[in-house]
Design a protein around this ligand. Sequence first.
Ligand SMILES: [Zn+2]
Length: 251
Amino acid sequence: MEALKIKKILACCGVFAVLSAFVWAGDAVGRKAQARIAEAASAPVTEMPQVALDAGHGGMDGGCVSVNGTAEKGINLDIALTERELLNIMGFEVTMTREDDRSIYDKGVTGLAAQKQSDMKNRLAIFDKCGGIALSIHQNQFTDSRYSGAQMFYSRRNSGGERLAGALQKQFVSLIQPENQRETKPVDDELFLLDKTDTPAVMIECGFLSNPEEAALLETAEYRSQVAFTVMTGVMEYMSGYAPSERETGG
Ligand SMILES: [Zn+2]
């Protein structure tokens, strides 16, 4: 069983080149992505656990809104759907909290507050049931439009989550945001899902919808694919225990 899984992942190495070429169309970043992913994929992988994938918000809850009026919930969902495809190709088993524009509260629950509570409880159940890792996809917003860049949040209670956040943050810097100097951030009970689950979990704030340039990027399908690809490389790094040197230069 285990050997089969490893075989499947190794067989997927060739798929990396195809995927990254699809996402990056062969520019310098694309070549770097290919090299990175080939290294990560050839590192010994001992297990391929499940991934719980949460597209933040949905339905009545739009999340934050970009400077152009685009709701966060749709951007989150699009990235999450692409993420599922990429992770599926790599042999991961993915469970999503939602696959379309909806809130997942229990039938019969009425009132916005109760529906939100039920929705979060159901997302938590999906995180808890997952034997592997959990990712929650979100977009950030701030009053000062200058702020940009992805940032990973994890629970102080979970060392796996911290390591996963580190892998993801590093891949964002390495592949698509070389200027990003943000550090991963521990949270306590201000983020319900991260605080309550025992599954190693990370909230991925992909970028700031309050920043005009970043919002414009996140509103393109191409950039959203690149974000999804970047997240996949972070997951691969975490899973394989692959630890490249801190910051690579050139190439
Ligand atoms: Zn959000």
